[in-house]
Ligand binder design. Structure first.
Ligand code: CP3
Length: 329
């Protein structure tokens, strides 16, 4: 969850010289930042350093990434004509730097590399609102008031996301994560009607790649059964629901989560206790990826993150998974 970022001195130093967009467009810098947390924290997987806005470059939508705000789109996409003007995405031609960064990382790293993209709903929300928004009123207004424009936009963004993730797997990404960060704004019935069919097409399309998929959202306690139905080998949950309760709603899929990132700002014992509770909730059942519930906060001490990674690793040495426990000694 923003494994590389402002909580790291090395990242802040690089950002004095380059903007986030410049970093994202320079494969060597992306690769360097992707590898940084692996070396510094000892995490079990690398996530490509990039941003969910990259396909907007290919769609032909100008934007900025503003510190403290996130993506800002000066001319939002709100009409049928705006949707028609979006360009089809050809990842190898439009976003070669992302694919080159993946190839560079794969040459250097031993742990698996996760590629990612924003989900169509979350991308649509930035395109419609023009920036992040607390309640996504303009997005929900379009979804309800102009269902044809909504469906056309979601179809375009699903095509773009599918092409982009397929290209990432072809370039060497060994799993992909789809970030539907803001989908928790929706009522379950609206998710089912206006988002789920597109997500299902996306995950069905990704199955041909053989790369495992992670379906991420926040504030999704009311949507988890629908998200699991839409697809993803693993569903990611935030801290607003207990891990055990969430897993019961998800069913057979794996689960990722769900430490509250703010616990890492308190004395380390607080995060340690919360992490142990999550591990106890998972109870050694296979298919749990321990992670934060959402992005790491810029004020987080690196040392706390390192100790958290050690704690999770040690918990598996001290309390082996049931399969290991059954192995004859
Ligand atoms: O190492 C990694 O984890 C990969 C890095 C990564 C970034 N963005 C880099 C970044 C990932 C996985 C993303 C995805 C992303 N970007 C999402 C989905 C995941 C999530 O957190 O919900 C979203 C919604 C965005 C859009 C976005 N980009 C936001 C909301 C922000 C934060 C704005 C701020 O200043 O607080 C960004 C900027 C961004 N993307 C940063 C990083 C490291 C902050 C960096 C900076 O200004 O230098």
């Amino acid at each position: 969850m923003r494994q590389a970022g402002r909580y790291q001195l090395e990242y802040r130093t690089l950002r004095e010289r380059y903007s986030l967009l410049e970093i994202c467009r320079t494969p060597e810098l992306c690769a360097q930042l992707t590898l940084l947390p692996v070396a510094q924290l000892g995490v079990d997987a690398a996530i490509l350093f990039s941003d969910i806005t990259m396909p907007l470059l290919a769609l032909g939508v100008p934007f900025e990434i503003v510190e403290g705000t996130g993506p800002v789109i000066a001319v939002p996409v709100r009409t049928a004509a705006d949707v028609d003007a979006l360009r089809p995405v050809e990842p190898a031609e439009d976003l070669p730097f992302v694919l080159d960064a993946i190839r560079l990382v794969r040459r250097e790293v031993r742990v698996p590399l996760i590629g990612f993209a924003g989900a169509p709903f979350t991308l649509a929300s930035y395109l419609i609102e023009g920036r992040g928004s607390r309640d996504l009123v303009l997005t929900r207004r379009l979804l309800h008031g102009e269902p044809d424009v909504w469906a056309a936009l979601m179809t375009r963004l699903t095509d773009a996301t599918l092409a982009y993730l397929r290209a990432q797997v072809e370039a060497g990404a060994q799993a992909v994560q789809v970030f539907d960060s803001w989908v928790g704004a929706l009522a379950p019935r609206d998710y089912a009607a206006a988002v789920l069919p597109h997500m299902r097409r996306l995950f069905d399309g990704l199955r041909a790649t053989d790369a495992p998929t992670i379906h991420f959202g926040t504030g999704t306690a009311g949507l988890l059964p629908l998200m699991a139905r839409a697809g993803g080998d693993v569903v990611s949950v935030d801290w607003r629901i207990g891990l055990g309760e969430a897993w019961a709603l998800i069913g057979n899929a794996g689960i990722q989560g769900n430490l509250d990132p703010s616990t890492l700002l308190a004395p380390f014992g607080v995060a340690a206790a919360a992490a142990r509770e999550i591990l106890a909730d998972a109870a050694g059942r296979p298919g749990h990826i321990f992670n934060l519930g959402h992005g790491i906060l810029p004020q987080t001490p690196v040392d706390h993150v390192r100790r958290l990674v050690d704690l999770v690793h040690e918990s598996f040495l001290v309390a082996p998974r049931p399969a290991d426990a059954r192995r004859p000694s």
